[in-house]
Design a protein around this ligand. Structure first.
Ligand code: ZN
Ligand code: ZN
Ligand code: ZN
Length: 300
């Protein structure tokens, strides 16, 4: 997710030099904690979690190299790669942002090779690769009430749970041994990331969920609107408001509409909100989180 270079200045203490990408922000608190742990640990590698972010760091005085991990990455994968790349950096070299980027990419490519080696020795991974070779398009997601989405063909091969299988496929994609292409997405709750969300419709006029839906008729003569059932009589269509027969050209049907029994309005489209079954949070579709879902194929 990114790398940060901190430097220990004898007069000023820990200072932030720069980050790759430059949009990666590090708070003053994080800088202090990242350096603080190093007073007890010798030069070299340490991993630590500050708030909800996990870092791996390597001290090569006066520099502290910090890499921010994504949830799929593990501290252990970085130890060897960081040691081998960063121990070779000369003490007196002036590190600029381009150099930090070069070192970071060097470390990432080493962890990728390491991860590929680890994965390809696993029998379940070998079987998954085999299956993709025979049928290059076999891992497509299906929707699941329990887990949101799943890959039944892959689960059959791994014999593992949906969650473990989904995780393994993502790991294989990030290690570049299979190809993933976004082929769908899933809405998840912005506060607890559960996929168990329900769509609610409410009245745009009064905000209440007191809606029914049906086919509406509008009588121009008296300006009355109601569902078509209210107009139907054995002798034809009669306006329940002005009691006159509906003659051609005096009415129209706006089609399917909603009716709010609280404020008696007939909105064409209601206001939609999403509700999380698990944490009970209600949120608008605009702030819902969309997680990409991948279809997996063999490497080209
Ligand atoms: Zn209403
Ligand atoms: Zn009427
Ligand atoms: Zn939730």
């Amino acid at each position: 997710m990114g790398a940060v270079l901190l430097e220990f200045d004898v007069k000023m203490g820990p200072i932030f030099k720069f980050a790759v990408p430059s949009t990666l922000e590090v708070t003053q608190d994080e800088t202090m904690v990242l350096f603080g742990t190093r007073s007890v640990v010798e030069e070299g590698f340490t991993g630590l979690t500050v708030k909800d972010r996990t870092w791996v760091t390597y001290l090569n005085p006066p520099y502290l190299y910090c890499i921010l991990l994504n949830p799929m990455e593990h501290q252990g994968e970085f130890e060897e790669a960081m040691k081998s790349t960063l121990s070779k950096v000369e003490y007196d070299i002036n590190i600029d942002q381009a150099k930090l980027m070069e070192l970071y990419h060097d470390i990432l490519s080493k962890t990728e090779v390491q991860l590929q080696d680890q994965l390809s020795s696993r029998p379940d991974v070998q079987k998954l690769l085999e299956a993709l070779k025979e049928n290059p398009d076999s891992f497509r997601p299906t929707w699941s009430l329990k887990t949101g989405y799943r890959y039944p063909a892959a689960e059959k091969i791994t014999g593992k749970s949906t969650k473990e299988t989904n995780g393994l496929l993502v790991t294989m994609m990030s290690a570049n041994i299979i190809q993933g292409r976004i082929c769908g997405n899933i809405v998840v709750c912005p506060s607890c990331t559960s996929h168990r969300v329900i769509l609610h419709a409410s009245c745009p006029q009064c905000g209440l969920p007191t809606l029914e839906s049906g086919i509406a008729l509008e009588h121009f003569v008296c300006n009355y609107t109601a569902f078509i059932e209210a107009f139907a009589t054995p002798s034809g269509l009669v306006c329940p408001h002005c009691k006159s027969y509906l003659s051609p050209g005096t009415y129209r049907s706006p089609g399917k509409v909603f009716h709010c029994i609280t404020c008696n309005s007939y909105p064409k489209t209601p206001e939609y909100t999403l509700g999380c079954i698990d944490c009970k949070e209600a949120f608008s579709p605009e702030i819902a989180k969309f997680t990409p879902i991948y279809c997996y194929t063999a490497l080209k």
